[in-house]
Design a protein around this ligand. Structure first.
Ligand SMILES: Cc1cc2nc3c(=O)[nH]c(=O)nc-3n(C[C@H](O)[C@H](O)[C@H](O)COP(=O)(O)OP(=O)(O)OC[C@H]3O[C@@H](n4cnc5c(N)ncnc54)[C@H](O)[C@@H]3O)c2cc1C
Length: 390
């Protein structure tokens, strides 16, 4: 046993693994169908998520969520990462930062139905000229009587086609907080929101990433989340959570790749011997396993630190350390797996080919590797080695 876990942790891990193992046989079909599962299959797995009580594992129990510890969530997300084509995203993790700041109206209208699995959300933050530098967003929110009027064009809005509402981040144009960020929650079908276009991306998943235009979108002030000026804080909290879960999913992907590539290496004959007997192949697998364990230890320890109430700045740094290392590790592992599979590794029906494309974005979204390095080095100079990894 490489890592200590409670009985309950192991049960959760096993249930998640079994769920994903049952999804894996559908990957190829999904790859050929734009990432979509046949209706009957999707419905069956969605019912299983409901039966497990896993509609919102990251939400508090008292609100009807799963109440999982951060560590348990990481264990589940690690298994989610083992399937390609985002098939296991149906184990949904809604905005965990929201209940703490949502008004009663927002709780009733969006948060509670989301926890019940009736609604899904998406994020409209990035813009054509503002990605890493979120502060450069040009989207605006103008106070007009009891309403706000929202304008802007948002890029890469993941899951817009699979969701009912969105978070919109804009800069206030008037009032005492002019120039500050504000975050709004609004339904996807609010008048004034249109899809500019839906670009194609490297991966084949059912969740699209359209470019959205917001033209004079009028929402009551009750759609403002928290207070004017709070927008960036919410984004940071979500980044922290997602960065850790990206780390977990990358560990799952790497595990699957190592298992599949080593199984293939034992069978595949070249020059009269299984390729697993050649050092060139063995060393690639050894490096992959070594790096996977390091990434897994980082992921688990960071998650447990959060559960133990670690200082939030240290959490922030450790989530970046984990995301940086795990995402780059998984990309190296995928590259080696393609190489081990040889020509088969370049075929879309092969797991290594799919992961080779799919894992690339893990080094980009929720903050690129370069941005993680900026955060880590900033924290290093502020807090020192001992505080971050001691
Ligand atoms: C598939 C996909 C889904 C996404 N989903 C969403 C979503 O749902 N909602 C949303 O709001 N956004 C989403 N994004 C946006 C994503 O978060 C951004 O793409 C990411 O933050 C990088 O921003 P950018 O693409 O504008 O690149 P840029 O910020 O323009 O960066 C370009 C390059 O410059 C580097 N760079 C930038 N600044 C520095 C610096 N200071 N030092 C060193 N290097 C630097 C970057 O690392 C990168 O290599 C998604 C993106 C993708 C690809």
């Amino acid at each position: 046993m490489a890592y200590p876990m409670s009985e309950q942790d192991r049960e959760i891990q096993a249930a998640a693994r079994a769920f994903v193992d049952d999804l894996i046989p559908y990957e190829n079909e999904a790859e050929r169908n734009g990432g979509e599962l046949p209706d009957e299959v999707r419905t069956r797995f969605e019912a299983r998520v409901r039966d497990l009580g896993w509609e919102a594992i990251n939400m508090p129990k008292e609100l009807g969520g799963g109440g999982f510890t951060t560590f348990q969530q990481a264990l589940v997300q690690e298994q989610v990462g083992r399937a390609t084509n985002a098939l296991a995203w149906m184990i949904h993790t809604p905005a965990s930062w929201l209940p703490k700041v949502a008004s009663d109206f927002q709780m009733e209208r969006w948060v509670e139905p989301t926890i019940r699995g009736e609604l899904r959300e998406c994020y409209a933050i990035t813009e054509e000229a503002a990605g890493s530098d979120v502060d450069a967003i040009a989207a605006t929110a103008e106070r007009d009587g009891d309403d706000y009027v929202l304008n802007g064009v948002k890029w890469h809005v993941t899951s817009f086609n699979q969701s009912e509402y969105l978070f919109f981040q804009g800069k206030l144009t008037n009032g005492p907080n002019a120039g500050a960020h504000a975050m709004f929650i609004l339904d996807n079908d609010t008048p004034g929101i249109t899809v500019v276009r839906t670009p194609e991306y490297s991966h084949t998943i059912a969740h699209h990433h359209p470019i959205l235009a917001f033209e004079n979108v009028r929402v009551p002030a009750s759609h403002l989340i928290g207070h004017e000026g709070d927008g960036m804080g919410f984004a940071h909290e979500w980044f922290r959570y997602e960065r850790l879960m990206i780390g977990a999913r990358c560990c799952g992907a790497a595990e699957r790749l190592i298992e599949e590539a080593s199984a293939f290496a034992k069978e595949r004959m070249a020059y009269g011997r299984p390729i697993a007997e050649y050092e060139g192949i063995r060393f690639m697998l050894a490096d992959s396993l070594t790096e996977l364990w390091a990434a897994r230890l980082m992921t688990y320890r960071t998650a447990q630190g959060i559960d133990e109430g670690e200082d939030v700045k240290v959490q922030h740094a450790q989530c970046s350390l984990t995301k940086l290392f795990a995402s780059e590790m998984a990309n190296r592992v995928a590259d080696r797996a393609v190489q081990i599979f040889g020509g088969r590794g370049y075929m879309r029906e092969n797991v290594a080919e799919r992961f080779y494309r799919e894992l690339r974005v893990e080094r980009i979204w929720e903050g690129t590797s370069e941005i993680q390095r900026l955060i880590i080095s900033d924290q290093l100079f502020k807090r020192g080695v001992e505080r971050l990894v001691g």
